[in-house]
Ligand binder design. Structure first.
Ligand code: GLC
Length: 582
C-alpha cells in the first residue's frame, strides 16, 4: 500500500541543520501544494513545482516550509481526506520528487514540515473499505467508530450531532450501522482507543522522519480520542466554541489524548535532532499549553491573531494570550494571520472591523447577491497588512505565513458557486444555516507568478495553456511574484526585508533566545498604540486615526512612509533601534 523508503534519513542535511531549537523563533511558510506551482501543465500544483520555486522561498528568508497534505486523496476536503498516509498523490508526483524537494530545501537550510491528519482517514482508505465489507463487531470496524442507530429499527443516527461542514455527523452503511464523521462523509473518524490505529500512526511518523522531514503539523489535534460509551453524548455539541477546561467533553481535548502525544514525543526524540511538531488544537485556551509542552507536541498554534479584528485592543489581547500560553508551556508561541482555512487578512483588514460570525467569513457573496455594493477597501487592507506583518515579525515566537500573503493577495470571494471545491459549499442544502457559505477556496486559488494571464499567471509551465484548478481573478496580474521581486515598494520586498532584519536584530536571534519574557511594554503602549521593546529594538504600531510621535531611536524599517514631522501615520508599524537618552 505504501511507498517504500528509498533515501536516507539525512537527506540534504549539513551541520547547520543540527540545532534542535531551530523552530522556536522560526518563520514558517505554509504551502497548499495543489495551488503553489504546477510543473506538469495539468493546472494542479505539485511537488516538483515546490522544488522549482525553492529560490523564491530562500529569497524570502523562511526557516521552514509546512506542506498541507499531498498524499493520495479523493479530495473531498482539499487533501485532508487521506487515502494513504505514506505516499505522494500521483497527481502531485512521486516519492522521488519528494526526496528531491527535501534536498532542495535542506540545501538552502529550509526545514520541511508535513501535515499529519490522524483524526480521520478518507473513506477510500483500504481500512475503511475493509470495514464496510466486514461484519459488525469485527476488528476491521473497530478501527473506526461504528454504532447502531436509535429508533425501533436503528433508523435514527446514534446522536443528533452535525458535522464540521453541515449536515449529520453520522452516515448509515448497508447493514444498517452508522459511522461517525466529524468532518465530511468522506472522512470517517478513526478509533484512537484501538491499539492497531495507534501503532500504525507511529509507523507513519517514522516513515516521514526517515524520509528526512524535520517536523509535523498535527491536524485537528484536539479530537482524536473519544469516549463514545456515555449516556450524555447528545447533551454535547460538536462545535468547539466553549470547551470545558477539565477534559470532560466526550469528543475534544480529553485527558487520555495527551497519552497519545506523549507516545509520539518518544518517537520524535528517537531522531537527532528530535522531530518538531505543532498542534492545530481548537481547545479552551486554558489547556493549550498541554499540547505545547516539551513531553507532548512541543508547540501549538495560537489563532487569536487570526481571529482578532484590526484594533489595538483586539491585537493586544491576542498578543497577551499568546505570550501567556508560551510562558505556561515553556515553549514559544506562534503567530498566524492567515492559513488555508480563513479568508486572507489583506481582505479582512479592509472590511469594517466589527465582530463577525466565523471570524470574517467574507467568502460568502450573499451581500453581492442581495444587491449590496460589497467590496473590501483594498488600499486600506494592504496598508494594514503591511503594518501587521511588521508587528507579527517583531514578536517572540514563530511566525507562520501562508502562501500568497507575501504578495499581498486578497481573498478571491467571487469564485462562481459551480467552480468551488470546498465541501463547505456543497453542504448548503435547504434549511442548513451554512447555505450561504462558500467556504475556503477563496484563499486557495493558484498563485500568480507572472504578470501575464497566460498559463494561469505563470502557475503552469509556459505554453501549456493549462487552466488552474480554481479560477484566478484578473487583478492577480498586479500582485505577481515576478514584478514584486523587482519593486522595492512591494509587499514581497517588505516581507523579504523584514524577515532578513528580524534575524539580525538584537533579541531576535534564532534558537532559545528571545523568550516570552523578552517583550517589555513601552510607555507609549496603550489606547490605539501597541509598543514594546526587545533588547535595544523597539516596535510601535499605530491603530488610531491620528499620527502618533515616534519613540526616540533610529528608524530601521517602516511599513509606510513616515510623516514629515517624524510621526507614525495611522495603521503603520515602525521598527527602531533604541538610542541612548542623554
Ligand atoms: C483542519 C484543517 C482543515 C480540515 C479539517 C479536517 O482544521 O486545517 O482544512 O478541513 O482539519 O481535516
Amino acid at each position: 500500500m505504501s511507498a517504500s523508503i528509498t533515501h536516507s534519513a539525512t537527506t540534504g542535511r549539513d551541520d547547520a541543520m543540527d540545532d534542535p531549537d531551530w523552530w522556536r523563533q522560526a518563520v514558517v511558510y505554509q504551502i497548499y501544494p495543489r495551488s503553489f506551482k504546477d510543473s506538469t501543465g495539468n493546472g494542479i500544483g505539485d511537488i516538483r513545482g515546490i522544488t522549482e520555486r525553492m529560490d523564491h522561498l530562500s529569497a524570502l528568508g523562511v526557516d521552514a516550509i509546512w506542506l498541507s497534505p499531498f498524499y493520495p486523496s479523493p479530495l473531498e476536503d482539499g487533501g485532508y481526506d487521506v487515502a494513504d498516509y505514506r505516499n505522494v498523490d500521483p497527481l502531485l508526483g512521486t516519492m522521488q520528487d519528494f526526496a528531491g524537494m527535501v534536498s532542495a530545501a535542506h540545501d538552502r537550510h529550509i526545514r520541511v514540515i508535513v501535515d499529519l491528519v490522524p483524526n480521520h482517514t478518507s473513506s477510500r482508505h483500504p481500512w475503511f473499505q475493509e470495514a464496510l465489507h466486514a461484519p459488525r463487531e469485527s476488528s476491521a470496524r473497530d478501527r473506526y467508530i461504528f454504532r447502531d442507530g436509535r429508533g425501533a429499527n436503528g433508523e435514527l443516527p446514534p446522536t443528533d450531532w452535525t458535522c464540521g461542514f453541515g449536515g449529520p455527523a453520522w452516515e448509515r452503511v448497508e447493514d444498517g450501522q452508522w459511522y461517525l464523521h466529524m468532518w465530511s462523509v468522506g472522512q470517517p473518524d478513526l478509533n484512537w482507543n484501538n491499539e492497531e490505529v495507534r501503532r500504525d500512526y507511529l509507523d507513519t511518523i517514522r516513515f516521514w522522519s526517515d524520509c528526512g522531514v524535520d517536523g509535523f503539523r498535527v491536524d485537528a489535534a484536539q479530537s482524536l480520542v473519544k469516549d463514545m460509551d456515555r449516556d450524555d453524548l447528545n447533551d454535547w455539541s460538536l462545535q468547539y466554541d466553549a470547551l470545558p477546561s477539565d477534559g470532560s467533553h466526550p469528543m475534544y481535548d480529553r485527558n487520555e489524548l495527551h497519552d497519545v502525544y506523549r507516545e509520539w514525543r518518544r518517537v520524535f526524540n528517537e531522531y537527532d535532532p528530535p522531530r518538531f511538531a505543532v498542534a492545530e488544537a481548537w481547545v479552551n485556551p486554558a489547556r493549550q499549553y498541554l499540547y505545547a509542552s516539551a513531553d507532548e507536541l512541543g508547540q501549538v498554534f495560537n489563532f487569536e491573531f487570526a481571529k482578532a479584528d484590526w484594533t489595538a485592543e483586539g491585537m493586544r489581547r491576542a498578543i497577551a494570550s499568546g505570550l501567556a500560553a508560551a510562558r505556561e508551556s515553556g515553549s514559544t508561541t506562534t503567530w498566524v494571520m492567515s492559513n488555508h482555512d480563513v479568508p486572507r487578512h489583506a481582505s479582512r483588514y479592509g472590511l469594517p472591523q466589527v465582530p463577525a460570525r466565523g471570524y470574517h467569513q467574507i467568502a460568502q457573496d450573499w451581500l453581492l447577491r442581495n444587491g449590496g455594493s460589497y467590496m473590501e477597501d483594498r488600499a486600506l487592507g494592504t496598508h494594514r497588512a503591511r503594518a501587521a506583518i511588521l508587528l507579527e515579525l517583531a514578536l517572540p515566537g514563530s511566525a507562520y505565513i501562508y502562501q500568497g500573503e507575501e504578495l499581498g493577495l486578497f481573498e478571491v470571494a467571487d469564485i462562481p458557486w459551480t467552480e468551488l471545491e470546498d465541501p463547505t459549499a456543497f453542504h448548503s442544502g435547504d434549511g442548513n444555516p451554512s447555505a450561504t457559505r462558500k467556504g475556503r477556496d477563496g484563499c486557495r486559488v493558484p498563485l500568480p507568478w507572472r504578470h501575464d494571464a497566460a498559463d494561469g499567471f505563470g502557475f503552469s509551465p509556459a505554453g501549456s495553456g493549462a487552466e488552474p484548478h480554481l479560477p484566478q481573478p484578473a487583478w492577480f496580474s498586479c500582485l505577481n511574484a515576478q514584478d514584486e521581486a523587482d519593486d522595492p515598494d512591494s509587499m514581497l520586498a517588505l516581507y523579504r526585508r523584514a524577515i532578513a532584519m528580524r534575524k539580525t536584530l538584537e533579541g531576535m536571534t534564532s534558537g532559545t533566545a528571545g523568550t516570552a519574557s523578552s517583550v517589555a511594554w513601552r510607555p507609549e503602549n496603550g489606547g490605539d498604540i501597541i509598543a514594546f521593546e526587545r533588547g535595544n529594538w523597539i516596535c510601535i504600531t499605530n491603530f488610531g486615526a491620528e499620527p502618533t510621535p515616534l519613540p526616540q531611536g533610529e528608524v530601521v524599517l517602516s511599513s509606510a512612509e513616515l510623516m514629515p514631522d517624524s510621526t507614525v501615520p495611522s495603521d503603520a508599524t515602525v521598527w527602531l533601534h533604541a538610542t541612548e537618552t542623554a
